[in-house]
Design a binder for this molecule. Structure first.
Ligand code: AMP
Length: 285
């Protein structure tokens, strides 16, 4: 950590702003897009790689999480990153570590429902990374939409002096959202995987055309299974801003899903625009 502090202090003395891009490594174009966006907005960019044990609710999932330090360093060279920060777990969490950051409500459903402790672990490590880096702004992907909203809420609630910027999801040519977990997809499953985004886009079109929310979700869930997915963990329509569950398309929304393809859990989300005139006048923002 002293090296991180020293470098940031030098940049600050030179009047430069500092951005941080927290990741768990096994980097791909999605991660690099955050680095490029951070760089494009000026200042120095710190990329952190930390496979955070606190946010895995399964030891097996933690053990299987892809790691590729050499590949990551090679990808980052030329990306615009100024510093790669890779802390050790023992440094992040000393043996008597006993503090956590929990964001209530927003974390109850979706990825929070089936991954006990996931968001508390994530919020705790992100808080530490924000404080260690002292960054002015942080870049997160919309790919993990609930995570983005949780981090934004946490920053607002705790008055953390950092600006959180959401960046669009980067996809493979066939539409599959890029993810470190895609590396674990066998070839046959990889061929099935793009169906999730395709069916979610079709659902968004049907919802925007006035389709019944319950019926569209049920049809889409069935189509995802028919395409070859093993299980739909969740497929829900939520308000874009505060993730309230929506029974009707009354506000700008997101369709969010987590689905299992064999042993691999994929998540994705697509925006769903509320038709003009159907937005609730008293919708909270
Ligand atoms: P991860 O390494 O999966 O924890 O992701 C680190 C950051 O990269 C998070 O802010 C993610 O939302 C973001 N990210 C991951 N995949 C993508 C993607 N396909 N497009 C844009 N951002 C992404």
């Amino acid at each position: 950590m002293p090296e991180l502090r020293r470098r940031v202090a030098i940049w600050r003395q030179a009047g430069e702003s500092v951005a941080v891009v927290p990741t768990m490594g096994a980097l791909h174009e999605g991660h690099l897009s955050l680095v490029r966006q951070a760089k494009a907005e000026g200042g120095r960019v710190i990329v952190t790689i930390f496979v955070n044990p606190l946010q895995f609710n399964s030891q097996a999932d933690l053990a299987l999480y892809p790691r590729d330090e050499a590949g990551d360093a090679a990808l980052l060279a030329g990306s615009g990153a100024d510093l790669l920060y890779v802390p050790e777990a023992s440094d992040m969490y000393p043996a008597d570590f006993s503090t956590s950051v929990a964001v209530a409500g927003l974390t109850d459903g979706l990825c929070g429902a089936n991954r006990v402790g996931h968001f508390t672990g994530m919020a705790t490590v992100v808080t530490k990374l924000f404080l260690r880096s002292g960054a002015d702004c942080a870049y997160f992907g919309e790919k993990d939409f609930q995570q983005l909203r949780v981090v934004q809420r946490m920053v607002r609630d705790l008055d953390l002096p950092i600006r959180v910027i959401g960046c669009p999801t980067i996809r493979e040519a066939d539409g599959l959202a890029m993810s470190s977990r895609n590396r674990r997809l066998p070839q046959a499953a990889r061929a099935v995987a793009p169906a999730l985004y395709r069916l979610m886009q079709e659902a968004a079109v049907a919802l925007e055309a006035g389709g019944d929310v319950g019926a569209v979700l049920a049809e889409t869930g069935a189509a995802v299974l028919a395409a070859g997915f093993a299980r739909v963990e969740y497929l829900e329509l939520r308000a874009e801003d505060d993730l309230t569950r929506l029974e009707r398309l009354s506000r700008p929304a997101r369709l969010l899903a987590a689905c299992w393809l064999g042993e691999v859990r994929l998540i994705d989300n697509v925006p769903v625009r509320a038709p003009a005139g159907r937005e609730d006048r008293d919708a909270p923002c």
